[in-house]
Design a protein around this ligand. Structure first.
Ligand SMILES: [Fe+2]
Length: 246
């Protein structure tokens, strides 16, 4: 479902270009600029999601894994700008998978952190998203029915990937809710608006749950940030996270 053209356009539109242009990026009449992305700051401490997600997992997941996606995305975007300035089309094409993987990794994780809230907090209560929950109940008959369907989709992912609740954002599309999954770091692109996502890479749970993937999925419901999900559903918060730039 991922179109590299869409992802590329999305990354380009998400933030103003920073001036990182220099002589080495200039070629004839072309002046290139490269956006440098940065690791977003979490709204909570690494241990705030315990016991459902351990501090060790959060520290590695955010500080190491997500940082690696940001670092590699910035490196690939700089190389792409150099190739573009040199009118090296083959060089640009060669970078597209790297940009898709690391760009997807950056925006997926940026969204995921905002999907999470400490268990027992006001934001982690489904009634913080009354409009969304009503739509969920209309679609899946009950919140529990939705959780069962979503959990089954998560556990059905083979290898690494993500599970998403999305709203149809196409004009005239009806705004219905659907559960979708993506492989690796493929993000949701096109008309679908992500409402929330769950990271099903082993790095998201293995240190704590080992091969107990089902227990991770069961416990993630305790730390879903329903308030943020509800805002995304209503469109009062942008469906896609704006990556932070440095
Ligand atoms: Fe992850």
């Amino acid at each position: 479902m991922v179109n590299i053209g869409n992802l590329w356009q999305y990354l380009a539109l998400q933030s103003p270009l920073q001036s990182m242009s220099g002589d080495h990026l200039n070629h004839t009449h072309t002046k290139m600029a490269v956006t440098a992305y940065a690791l977003p700051t979490l709204a909570f401490a690494y241990d705030a999601l315990e016991p459902h997600i351990s501090a060790q997992i959060m520290e590695l997941h955010h500080g190491k894994h997500h940082q690696a996606y940001v670092t590699n995305l910035n490196k690939a975007l700089a190389s792409h700008a150099t190739a573009a300035a040199a009118h090296d089309i083959a060089g640009q094409i060669a970078l597209q998978q790297t940009i898709k993987f690391n760009g997807g990794g950056h925006i997926n994780h940026s969204l995921f952190w905002k999907n999470l809230a400490p268990a027992g907090s006001d934001d982690a209560r489904p009634d913080a998203a009354a409009g969304l929950v009503a739509a969920i109940e209309k679609t899946w008959e009950s919140l529990d029915g939705f959780k069962r369907a979503f959990s089954a989709a998560l556990l059905g992912i083979q290898g690494s990937g993500w599970g998403w609740l999305v709203r149809d954002g196409d004009p005239g599309g009806g705004g219905g809710l659907r559960i979708v999954t993506t492989k690796d770091q493929d993000p949701v692109v096109g008309g679908d608006v992500p409402v929330f996502a769950v990271d099903m890479w082993e790095h998201a749970y293995y240190l704590q749950y080992l091969n107990g993937k089902a227990a991770y999925v069961e416990n993630i419901w305790n730390v879903v940030n329903w308030k943020t999900a509800g805002e995304r559903y209503l469109g009062t918060s942008k469906g896609r996270v704006k990556p932070e730039t440095r």
